[in-house]
Ligand binder design. Structure first.
Ligand code: CU
Length: 207
Protein backbone atom coordinates (compact mmCIF):
# COMPACT_ATOMS: atom_id res chain seq x y z
CA UNK A 1 0.00 0.00 0.00
CA UNK A 2 2.73 2.42 1.01
CA UNK A 3 4.64 1.48 -2.08
CA UNK A 4 1.62 2.16 -4.31
CA UNK A 5 1.11 5.63 -2.82
CA UNK A 6 4.81 6.33 -3.24
CA UNK A 7 4.70 5.28 -6.87
CA UNK A 8 1.64 7.41 -7.53
CA UNK A 9 3.32 10.42 -5.93
CA UNK A 10 6.47 9.81 -7.90
CA UNK A 11 4.47 9.50 -11.12
CA UNK A 12 2.68 12.79 -10.54
CA UNK A 13 5.96 14.46 -9.60
CA UNK A 14 7.51 13.28 -12.88
CA UNK A 15 4.41 14.44 -14.75
CA UNK A 16 4.61 17.87 -13.08
CA UNK A 17 8.32 18.12 -13.88
CA UNK A 18 7.60 17.26 -17.51
CA UNK A 19 4.89 19.94 -17.66
CA UNK A 20 7.17 22.54 -16.08
CA UNK A 21 9.98 21.53 -18.38
CA UNK A 22 7.72 21.86 -21.38
CA UNK A 23 6.51 25.33 -20.43
CA UNK A 24 10.10 26.46 -19.76
CA UNK A 25 11.11 25.31 -23.24
CA UNK A 26 8.15 27.08 -24.82
CA UNK A 27 8.97 30.41 -23.14
CA UNK A 28 12.77 30.66 -23.32
CA UNK A 29 15.82 28.78 -24.48
CA UNK A 30 19.54 29.04 -24.05
CA UNK A 31 21.95 29.30 -26.94
CA UNK A 32 25.47 28.10 -26.32
CA UNK A 33 27.92 29.46 -28.85
CA UNK A 34 31.46 28.17 -29.37
CA UNK A 35 33.72 30.86 -30.78
CA UNK A 36 37.01 29.76 -32.26
CA UNK A 37 39.53 30.79 -34.86
CA UNK A 38 40.02 28.88 -38.11
CA UNK A 39 42.38 26.42 -36.39
CA UNK A 40 39.78 25.67 -33.72
CA UNK A 41 41.55 27.60 -30.94
CA UNK A 42 39.00 29.19 -28.57
CA UNK A 43 38.57 32.96 -28.78
CA UNK A 44 38.28 34.27 -25.24
CA UNK A 45 36.43 37.60 -25.04
CA UNK A 46 34.70 37.15 -28.41
CA UNK A 47 31.11 38.37 -28.25
CA UNK A 48 27.86 37.18 -29.73
CA UNK A 49 24.37 38.63 -29.85
CA UNK A 50 20.94 37.62 -31.11
CA UNK A 51 18.74 39.96 -33.14
CA UNK A 52 15.09 38.83 -33.40
CA UNK A 53 13.77 38.53 -36.97
CA UNK A 54 10.17 39.61 -37.41
CA UNK A 55 9.67 40.14 -33.69
CA UNK A 56 10.14 43.15 -31.49
CA UNK A 57 13.08 43.33 -29.16
CA UNK A 58 11.59 43.17 -25.66
CA UNK A 59 11.68 46.46 -23.80
CA UNK A 60 14.25 46.60 -21.04
CA UNK A 61 15.31 49.39 -18.74
CA UNK A 62 18.79 50.65 -19.66
CA UNK A 63 21.37 48.98 -17.49
CA UNK A 64 24.70 49.99 -16.05
CA UNK A 65 28.21 48.67 -16.50
CA UNK A 66 31.68 49.33 -15.15
CA UNK A 67 34.99 49.45 -16.99
CA UNK A 68 37.83 49.79 -14.49
CA UNK A 69 41.34 51.07 -14.97
CA UNK A 70 43.72 48.76 -13.12
CA UNK A 71 47.51 48.57 -13.53
CA UNK A 72 47.32 50.78 -16.61
CA UNK A 73 44.82 48.56 -18.38
CA UNK A 74 41.10 48.78 -18.99
CA UNK A 75 39.33 45.89 -17.25
CA UNK A 76 37.56 44.25 -18.91
CA UNK A 77 39.20 44.69 -22.28
CA UNK A 78 35.92 43.80 -24.07
CA UNK A 79 32.39 44.72 -23.04
CA UNK A 80 29.12 44.03 -24.84
CA UNK A 81 26.07 45.96 -23.72
CA UNK A 82 22.64 47.11 -24.85
CA UNK A 83 22.05 50.54 -26.34
CA UNK A 84 21.24 53.01 -23.58
CA UNK A 85 23.53 51.46 -20.97
CA UNK A 86 25.40 53.83 -18.65
CA UNK A 87 29.05 52.99 -18.08
CA UNK A 88 31.21 54.30 -15.27
CA UNK A 89 35.00 54.35 -15.56
CA UNK A 90 36.56 54.12 -12.09
CA UNK A 91 40.29 54.81 -12.04
CA UNK A 92 41.76 52.37 -9.51
CA UNK A 93 45.37 53.34 -10.14
CA UNK A 94 47.23 56.01 -8.19
CA UNK A 95 48.03 57.87 -11.41
CA UNK A 96 45.64 59.81 -13.62
CA UNK A 97 44.08 58.37 -16.75
CA UNK A 98 42.10 59.81 -19.62
CA UNK A 99 39.39 57.96 -21.54
CA UNK A 100 38.63 58.90 -25.10
CA UNK A 101 36.85 57.51 -28.15
CA UNK A 102 36.78 58.73 -31.74
CA UNK A 103 34.30 56.00 -32.73
CA UNK A 104 31.16 57.30 -34.51
CA UNK A 105 28.88 55.25 -32.22
CA UNK A 106 30.17 57.25 -29.23
CA UNK A 107 32.67 60.07 -29.40
CA UNK A 108 33.70 61.39 -26.00
CA UNK A 109 36.56 62.19 -23.68
CA UNK A 110 36.92 61.98 -19.92
CA UNK A 111 39.89 64.26 -19.39
CA UNK A 112 42.69 63.20 -17.04
CA UNK A 113 41.21 62.20 -13.71
CA UNK A 114 41.61 60.15 -10.56
CA UNK A 115 38.89 58.23 -8.75
CA UNK A 116 35.40 57.91 -10.18
CA UNK A 117 34.08 60.48 -12.67
CA UNK A 118 30.91 62.23 -11.48
CA UNK A 119 28.83 61.10 -14.43
CA UNK A 120 28.69 57.79 -16.27
CA UNK A 121 28.86 57.74 -20.07
CA UNK A 122 25.65 56.67 -21.80
CA UNK A 123 26.23 54.52 -24.89
CA UNK A 124 23.19 55.64 -26.83
CA UNK A 125 23.90 54.32 -30.34
CA UNK A 126 24.67 50.81 -31.58
CA UNK A 127 28.12 50.07 -32.94
CA UNK A 128 31.67 49.39 -31.92
CA UNK A 129 33.37 51.90 -29.63
CA UNK A 130 37.13 51.72 -29.20
CA UNK A 131 38.51 53.33 -26.05
CA UNK A 132 41.97 54.65 -25.38
CA UNK A 133 43.90 56.66 -22.80
CA UNK A 134 45.91 59.55 -24.19
CA UNK A 135 48.72 59.01 -21.66
CA UNK A 136 49.14 55.24 -21.96
CA UNK A 137 49.08 53.96 -25.52
CA UNK A 138 48.83 50.33 -24.42
CA UNK A 139 45.46 51.02 -22.80
CA UNK A 140 42.77 49.92 -25.20
CA UNK A 141 39.26 48.57 -24.68
CA UNK A 142 36.33 47.66 -26.88
CA UNK A 143 32.65 48.28 -26.21
CA UNK A 144 30.19 46.59 -28.56
CA UNK A 145 26.85 48.37 -28.26
CA UNK A 146 23.92 46.31 -29.55
CA UNK A 147 20.18 46.89 -30.02
CA UNK A 148 19.17 43.71 -28.23
CA UNK A 149 19.20 42.42 -24.66
CA UNK A 150 20.34 39.00 -25.89
CA UNK A 151 24.12 38.93 -25.84
CA UNK A 152 27.06 37.19 -24.21
CA UNK A 153 30.85 37.25 -24.05
CA UNK A 154 33.03 34.16 -24.34
CA UNK A 155 35.07 32.97 -21.39
CA UNK A 156 38.57 31.53 -21.66
CA UNK A 157 37.08 28.40 -23.28
CA UNK A 158 35.57 30.46 -26.12
CA UNK A 159 32.03 29.60 -25.05
CA UNK A 160 29.37 32.31 -24.76
CA UNK A 161 25.87 31.50 -23.50
CA UNK A 162 22.90 33.66 -24.44
CA UNK A 163 20.18 32.86 -21.94
CA UNK A 164 16.43 33.33 -21.92
CA UNK A 165 15.80 33.58 -25.65
CA UNK A 166 12.09 33.53 -26.50
CA UNK A 167 11.29 30.99 -29.22
CA UNK A 168 11.60 32.49 -32.68
CA UNK A 169 13.94 33.33 -35.54
CA UNK A 170 17.18 35.17 -34.91
CA UNK A 171 20.23 36.48 -36.63
CA UNK A 172 23.16 35.50 -34.47
CA UNK A 173 26.08 37.86 -34.93
CA UNK A 174 29.60 37.34 -33.66
CA UNK A 175 32.48 39.77 -33.24
CA UNK A 176 35.99 39.53 -31.93
CA UNK A 177 38.51 42.31 -31.40
CA UNK A 178 41.10 40.27 -33.31
CA UNK A 179 39.04 40.43 -36.52
CA UNK A 180 40.58 42.74 -39.12
CA UNK A 181 39.05 46.23 -39.32
CA UNK A 182 36.18 46.33 -41.77
CA UNK A 183 35.80 42.54 -41.94
CA UNK A 184 32.27 41.37 -42.73
CA UNK A 185 30.48 40.48 -39.51
CA UNK A 186 30.00 36.71 -39.19
CA UNK A 187 26.27 35.99 -38.98
CA UNK A 188 24.15 32.85 -38.76
CA UNK A 189 20.39 32.56 -38.90
CA UNK A 190 18.77 30.20 -36.43
CA UNK A 191 15.29 29.18 -35.38
CA UNK A 192 15.22 28.83 -31.61
CA UNK A 193 12.70 26.44 -30.12
CA UNK A 194 14.75 24.74 -27.44
CA UNK A 195 18.27 24.89 -26.01
CA UNK A 196 20.81 24.57 -28.76
CA UNK A 197 24.45 24.95 -29.67
CA UNK A 198 26.11 26.90 -32.43
CA UNK A 199 29.69 27.30 -33.64
CA UNK A 200 31.51 30.20 -35.23
CA UNK A 201 34.95 29.88 -36.81
CA UNK A 202 36.25 33.42 -37.16
CA UNK A 203 39.02 34.36 -39.54
CA UNK A 204 41.24 36.39 -37.24
CA UNK A 205 44.46 35.33 -38.97
CA UNK A 206 44.68 38.39 -41.22
CA UNK A 207 45.20 40.65 -38.22
CU1 CU B 1 46.18 55.92 -18.76
Amino acid sequence: MIKTVYQATLASAICLAAMLGHSAIASAANLQVQLADKTGAPLADAVVYAVPIGAKVPAKAPGTAIIDQIHRQFVPKVTILQTGTSVSFPNKDNIEHDVYSFSPAKTFELKLYSGIPAHPVVFDKPGLVVLGCNIHDQMIAYVMVVDTPFFAKAGANGVAAIEGLPAGDYEIKAWDYRLPDGAAQPTQRVTVTTDQKLKFALDVSAN
